[in-house]
Design a protein around this ligand. Structure first.
Ligand code: MEV
Length: 319
């Protein structure tokens, strides 16, 4: 019987462009050093294929739950026909805007591909397969989460009718980020639907916001390349204003952004779908002041540094 195979993927933080990316505006996102790992093991013929997520969730392929449906979709996308058991873990908070489900989807896809005996798939091809998993949870994902989960580094990502287009963005300087959790869940599907409804009701206002976000992304890319973290911080603050205008912010998000800025952050905004979830704060080079200020205000967070030359976790896909 074939041996087990391990797949890994990273979580992500969207610097700028969330929501607008669903409608074809580019987004700027970075992979972070937290993520997901999955181990796939072939089992006896006749046994059901099963996925275990952490210690809690267990779902057989085809069982009537989101995880069961997503697992089946992934098995189909990777053409896995023989029974397999997969155990996956993640150190990303779920429903927090950090790409937890995408990282799990990519890690599981890599592990499944690893037991197939065929060559590892390139990151873009793995991301495309993992989208089948992501669609079950998020309905209409832009694909930015799975793409960054598979590639890592800093990417400019655009959804087009012909498929995803993305390019690595070289960093002129490390990006030191404090990432904090509001303690409120963020449901991507619900928030994407809310923006879709707002767009139906107020198309002009939403179009103007998306134009503004597109301009911020363009400038943020230049700032990232130039290592201009002060300029990037200002753009993050402007991004937060536009996202608030789209009704994606909450009182806790606003509090966390304010506390971070008062503690010396260069800029702060929600990241991901909003309505809860995480806030990111860009700092010069030491996130501890922001993390302490958040902690004093009752919020938990962690620091992550994106370094120039940061590369994909486990590029080949399986081990
Ligand atoms: C979620 O991480 C980012 C959103 O833009 C949704 C998507 O891109 O699929 C809100």
């Amino acid at each position: 019987m074939a041996r087990s195979s391990t797949g890994r993927a990273c979580g992500k933080v969207i610097l700028l462009g969330e929501h607008a990316v669903v409608y074809g505006v580019p987004a700027l996102a970075v992979g972070i050093d937290r993520g997901a790992e999955a181990v796939a093991t072939p089992v006896e013929p006749g046994l059901p294929s099963e996925l275990r997520l952490g210690e809690g969730v267990r779902a057989a392929a085809g069982s009537d739950s989101d995880v069961g449906h997503a697992f089946s979709a992934l098995l189909e996308a990777l053409d896995v026909r023989d029974p397999v058991h997969v155990a996956a873990t993640t150190d990303l908070p779920a429903a927090a805007g950090l790409g937890c489900s995408a990282a799990l989807g990519v890690a599981i896809a890599r592990a499944l591909r690893g037991i197939s005996g065929t060559a590892p798939l390139a990151p873009a091809a793995i991301a495309a397969r993992a989208l089948a998993w992501e669609r079950v949870f998020h309905g209409n994902p832009s694909g930015v989460d799975t793409t960054v989960a598979a590639h890592g580094g800093c990417l400019l990502y655009t959804r087009t009718d012909a498929g995803p287009v993305f390019e690595p963005v070289p960093l002129g300087a490390p990006l030191t980020l404090a990432v904090g959790h509001t303690g409120e869940p963020s449901a991507t599907r619900v928030m994407v639907d809310a923006v879709a409804r707002l767009r139906e009701r107020k198309p002009d206002i939403v179009a103007k916001s998306f134009d503004g976000i597109a301009a911020l992304v363009k400038n943020a890319r230049l700032a990232v390349e130039a290592g201009d973290v002060v300029g990037l911080g200002r753009l993050l603050d402007l991004g937060q204003m536009l996202l608030s205008g789209l009704m994606l912010s909450t009182e806790k998000i606003e509090t966390m952004c304010r506390v971070a800025r008062e503690a010396g952050a260069l800029g702060a905004k929600l990241t991901g779908a909003g309505g809860g979830g995480c806030v990111l704060a860009l700092v010069e080079d030491d996130a501890s002041g922001v993390l302490e200020a958040w902690s004093a205000a009752g919020f938990r967070g962690f620091a992550t540094v994106v370094n120039p030359g940061a590369v994909v976790v486990n590029p080949g896909g399986a081990s």
